[in-house]
Design a binder for this molecule. Structure first.
Ligand SMILES: [Zn+2]
Length: 204
């Protein structure tokens, strides 16, 4: 009889632990200092409440937010709103992008890289690490600081995950239904300037 109570006690302990303290795998990366990454813990990212099947990274894909984001707006507030919307409205595990870049070229960690991102616009993001530039680059200008940030981050990720230069592309390259990441970013891909910059960064 005692043994049954003991087993029941253990069972309830395990169940209650699962309910309150469920932990999901979060792959943490070590970045070169010069990237000055703002980590999830530094901007108030909320721990995952659920997870999904993990996937290995094979591609790097650039997006824009698609909504104008202007000087004076708070990038952290934007990320917190996106996180809330993604989880509550879309039922995604988290925000759809792994990294987000603000108007000054600061890089923020978002969705952990071991989980595939999500999308509203047709293409399978499994195996892609998704980098989003905040704003709408059909209408906004893409600054040199932002360009340098996307290049340095892409070079680091390409090296870290052994992604070939030909697999660094934009959302538009996988879908005819979107202009993402916007013409003012896409022009750097059209003439291969972006890839040349990544290559230079990797060679140094
Ligand atoms: Zn996109």
């Amino acid at each position: 009889m005692k043994k049954i109570f003991f087993l029941l006690a253990v069972f309830f302990l395990v169940v209650s632990y699962k309910m309150v303290g469920q932990d999901f795998d979060v792959m943490e990366l070590t970045y070169p200092e010069e990237l000055e990454i703002i980590k999830r813990a530094d901007w108030g990212w909320l721990p995952l409440e659920k997870a999904k099947e993990e996937a290995e990274i094979k591609k790097i894909t650039i997006h824009h937010g698609g909504v104008e984001f202007t000087k004076g707006k708070d990038p952290v507030e934007l990320m917190k709103t996106l996180q809330k919307w993604s989880r509550a409205e879309k039922n995604w595990i988290d925000m759809p992008y792994h990294f987000m870049i603000d108007l000054d070229g600061n890089i923020y960690e978002a969705l952990p890289v071991n989980y595939p991102g999500d999308t509203n616009i047709e293409y399978d993001p499994t195996g892609h690490v998704s980098i989003e530039v905040m704003g709408n680059y059909e209408v906004q200008e893409f600054s040199e600081n932002q360009l340098n940030a996307v290049v340095s981050l892409s070079a680091y990720l390409a090296k870290e995950f052994d992604v070939s230069l030909s697999d660094i592309k934009t959302h538009k390259d996988y879908s005819e239904m979107t202009v993402c990441p916007g013409k003012n970013i896409y022009k750097y891909f059209e003439d291969s300037f972006f890839i040349k910059m990544v290559k230079e960064s990797l060679d140094n």
